[in-house]
Design a binder for this molecule. Structure first.
Ligand SMILES: Cc1cc2nc3c(=O)[nH]c(=O)nc-3n(C[C@H](O)[C@H](O)[C@H](O)COP(=O)(O)OP(=O)(O)OC[C@H]3O[C@@H](n4cnc5c(N)ncnc54)[C@H](O)[C@@H]3O)c2cc1C
Length: 506
């Protein structure tokens, strides 16, 4: 019998365990031996507790129902993200980036129409918070889960405890046959473009046919590949650090189903509501504020005592050029990171693994097939780079669009950041009188974020002409009907707390 194809995943953070599960599931019965090695000396990053709706398909692929993983991970539902204080435009001091659902079809059309009318200089309301179901659901502490079956599925994401999710996925991966090794890699043995083995402190030399680098910002394996290049995003995204804290949940307060990402003096602060606690963190640029000042601002904002212990994290923001290089795939923080404003990191982890699994055939590492493999690798890397760059544009747009004037940070984030040609073109079309939908269609999937998301961001930040005229057709009046429609649908959805309790009992 042929020797099994061996894969060694180095790193047991969320990325490592997500990779282990997906690989074990996908390659089941194909003679692939998967091991995951993680250090008990080097911790995980310990943050990363909000997702996009894409995470739903991760659990679906693994056939893990919400009733199994959500109670185990202190998880809650997420209808979208609320952004207070990013804009000072009247009526746009806070806006919402919703996850969309088929229920939004008609109200969404009203929103796009109003946004375009306002772009053209007519004074009609166009804050997305007023038009979509998600903000209404989260404001009324409801889950995006219908009490009675509906003919379509709602789009939503999750919040969860990163540590508990890691532990949950570890047990799942073990049950799928992944071998778990606790050790610390001290050296990586290479032969040209190939990783041959790692040398671990206790186990010594560990060989494998393929390696997955999930070592976080250390990028221990991919970072040492010949010709390794890392594209920094620091001239576009200034934030490079975060200070975090967990606060107990106020049991008397309703459990909202949204992330709040509030602008601060030199960055922004997230609030992620879990079942028993709220995860908070201030993401900032250390060029504009020190770690101590950021900590103090966070404490004041949350009303915490001076002695409250805070956790400080440094962020390496950018991406590698080659996520898959030779027989090594980088997944997670080791491949790159875009600051967490839109909670996209785990979505990129999932894309990276899934697109890889679609292309890679275990057992094809011999030199004849390697040449063909190289073409596949190049196309793959280009694709993953496009994903990162698309997310970068969307996140960078938040800063480019801000109109705060209160601190040097916000002025610099608007006036000095480098933005891509594509983002520049998006802003120019929005600001001018060209057809914005045609632009979105032209750019298509390359934008990564959908047209409705771009509308929500541009309109939500209040990016409209300063002088507006009344609309003689009074089309803005439809806002009352839109609100009434969204509110009338609320009883169709379960209260958030009740839905979580129901999951627990299943
Ligand atoms: C401030 C902040 C907020 C974030 N918020 C979000 C969010 O809301 N949503 C989201 O999707 N993502 C978010 N992220 C990103 C998210 O945290 C990560 O993508 C996710 O946790 C995966 O991390 P990782 O597994 O790549 O790395 P890590 O968690 O750092 O894990 C690295 C692993 O490698 C192991 N390791 C390292 N060196 C060695 C060695 N020499 N030998 C053996 N093992 C080793 C460690 O033991 C550890 O197990 C955030 C990140 C930051 C910094």
């Amino acid at each position: 019998m042929d020797k099994p194809f061996s894969v060694l995943i180095v790193g047991g953070g969320t990325a490592g365990w997500m990779a282990a599960n997906l690989m074990a599931k996908y390659w089941h019965g194909q003679g692939v031996e998967i091991a995951l090695l993680e250090s008990d000396q080097i911790g995980t990053i310990g943050v990363g507790e909000g997702s996009t709706p894409y995470l739903k398909s991760f659990f679906r692929t693994l056939e893990i129902p919400e009733s199994e993983w959500m109670p185990a991970c202190n998880a809650t539902y997420k209808c979208g993200i609320r952004f207070p204080n990013w804009s000072t435009a009247t009526g746009y001091e806070s806006y919402y980036h919703p996850f969309f659902s088929p229920l939004d079809r008609e109200v969404g059309m009203e929103f796009f129409r109003n946004a375009n009318l306002r772009r053209s200089g007519l004074d009609v309301p166009a804050n997305p918070t007023d038009f979509f179901h998600a903000p209404f659901l989260s404001a009324s502490a409801r889950a995006p889960v219908a009490a009675q079956p509906m003919p379509f599925e709602m789009d939503y994401g999750y919040h969860f405890d990163a540590g508990l999710l890691g532990a949950f996925l570890r047990e799942k991966a073990r049950s799928l046959g992944v071998r778990h090794i606790v050790d610390t890699v001290e050296h990586v043995e290479r032969d040209g473009d190939r990783v041959v083995a790692v040398r671990a402190a206790s186990a010594g030399h560990i060989e494998a046919d393929f390696f997955v680098d999930c070592t976080g910002f250390r990028a221990m394996l991919i970072g040492g590949m010949p010709g390794y290049r890392f594209r920094e995003f620091s001239d576009t995204l200034y934030n490079n650090a975060a200070v975090t804290v967990q606060v107990p949940r106020d049991d008397d307060a309703p459990l909202i189903s949204e992330t709040v990402s509030e602008a601060m003096s030199a960055g922004w602060m997230w609030r992620i509501p879990l079942q028993t606690r709220t995860g908070c963190g201030y993401v900032y640029s250390d060029r504009f504020i020190s770690a101590d000042q950021a900590g103090q601002e966070l404490r004041e904002k949350l009303g915490l005592a001076d002695e409250t212990r805070l956790n400080h994290v440094k962020m390496r923001v950018g991406r590698t050029e080659q996520h898959w290089h030779g027989n090594c795939l980088a997944v997670g923080l080791s491949q790159g990171f875009i600051e967490p404003l839109e909670a996209t990191a785990l979505m990129l982890v999932q894309f990276t693994i899934e697109r890889f699994l679609e292309r890679f055939e275990p057992g094809t590492m011999d030199s004849a097939i390697c040449r063909e493999q190289q073409g596949i690798q190049e196309a793959y890397n280009l694709h993953i780079n496009e994903l990162f760059d698309g997310v970068l544009d969307y996140v960078a747009a938040h800063y480019a669009l801000n109109n705060r004037d209160d601190t040097p940070y916000w002025r610099a984030a608007r006036e000095e950041i480098h933005i891509s040609e594509r983002l520049r073109a998006i802003l120019a079309v929005w600001d001018g009188d060209s057809d914005f939908d045609a632009m979105l269609e032209r750019e298509g999937a390359k934008l990564i974020y959908s047209g409705p998301s771009w509308y929500c961001l541009l309109a939500g930040m209040g990016r409209f002409p300063v002088r507006l005229k009344a609309d003689p057709a009074r089309r803005g009046d439809s806002i009352d009907a839109v609100r009434a429609f969204c509110e009338s649908n609320l009883p169709r959805f379960r209260p958030h707390q009740q839905q979580l309790e129901a999951l627990e009992q299943q």
